[in-house]
Write a protein that binds this ligand. Structure first.
Ligand code: MF3
Ligand code: CO
Ligand code: CO
Length: 287
């Protein structure tokens, strides 16, 4: 079991793959309104990937051992759904919270993976706070990434922030290495001990994608074989970026012109570098 260190060439390819994944979210954002169904969101994202980007969806027909082939091009996880929600005919309504998770594969064979929360109309104070705290969890995890740090440092800070806000961390799913394969070493847990787990080295690429529940951490799986929900049916939120360990810190690869800026509780060079990188990106093509 070893964690690949990507070559400069692979890093360039991954920058492209991850930006393209983020641009699918930029493209779909204006459509995510009351009345649209998650199946329509899936179709729009699929058309954009295939016809505009010339990427393919990594999730469509994805079938790891023991799972039926995943039937859609993006995952849409609504309200108490934690992850892997299957798009369907149900329309969004005011007060919903929705995660859209996009993984594209470029023609060169590289995977880019990112997800965001969307708040439909005016959600409850709890729903908004859950989305915000989960966003902060992801960014605190990102800010812990540097050579010499450990995977456990990422999990620890995420767990501390989530539980410090009386939320809970989903244990059964984690971030993952990514490159020419969808899921590779390491597993990036969203809970843990400072100093635990593998040491980070320049060239590693992995996702940070905390799933945070408003109630208890326990999960259930629906009979569709994919959708994961909170056992207590409390709300759940998730954000995901793909990141690179650099010589002196971290680079977020899944940035796009439309991605939200780092939250206020993050500061320092990471924020200026991220904001400068976002400002330098051209807007995603519309259609
Ligand atoms: N994109 C998800 C992740 O972040 C995986 C989705 S697998 C699917 O790892 F099959 F459910 F789409
Ligand atoms: Co992922
Ligand atoms: Co994902």
């Amino acid at each position: 079991m070893s964690i690949a260190l990507k070559t400069p060439e692979e890093i360039r390819e991954m920058r492209t793959a991850c930006r393209l994944a983020a641009e699918v979210l930029d493209y779909i954002a204006p459509f995510v309104k009351p009345g649209i169904s998650t199946a329509e969101i899936d179709r729009l994202c699929s058309d954009y990937m295939v016809n505009v980007q010339h990427t393919t969806s990594a999730t469509l027909n994805y079938a790891p051992p023991g799972y039926p082939p995943y039937p859609a091009s993006v995952c849409t996880s609504l309200n108490h759904q934690i992850c892997h929600g299957i798009p369907g005919p149900k329309s969004l309504k005011k007060g919903d919270i929705l995660n859209i998770d996009v993984t594209v594969v470029t023609p060169q064979g590289f995977y880019g993976d990112t997800s965001r929360m969307f708040i439909i109309g005016n959600a409850s104070i709890l729903a908004k706070r859950l989305c915000q705290v989960t966003y902060e969890c992801m960014w605190l995890g990102i800010a812990a990434v540097r050579p010499g740090a450990h995977l456990g440092d990422i999990g620890h800070i995420i767990q501390r922030h989530a539980e410090g806000n009386s939320f809970s961390v989903v244990r059964e799913f984690c971030g993952h290495g990514i490159g020419r394969r969808f899921h590779e070493e390491p597993q990036v847990l969203h809970y843990g001990q400072r100093g635990g787990g593998s040491e980070l080295r320049p060239g590693m690429i992995f996702t940070i994608e905390p799933m945070i529940n408003a109630g208890k951490a326990a999960i259930s799986e629906l009979s569709d074989g994919w959708t994961i929900v909170t056992k207590d049916r409390s709300l759940s939120a998730q954000w995901e970026h793909t990141v690179l360990v650099t010589e002196d810190g971290v680079e977020v690869l899944s940035l796009s012109a439309g991605c939200p800026p780092p939250p206020k509780l993050i500061d320092g060079p990471l924020v200026s570098a991220t904001n400068a990188a976002v400002a330098a990106l051209p807007p995603a093509p519309l259609s």
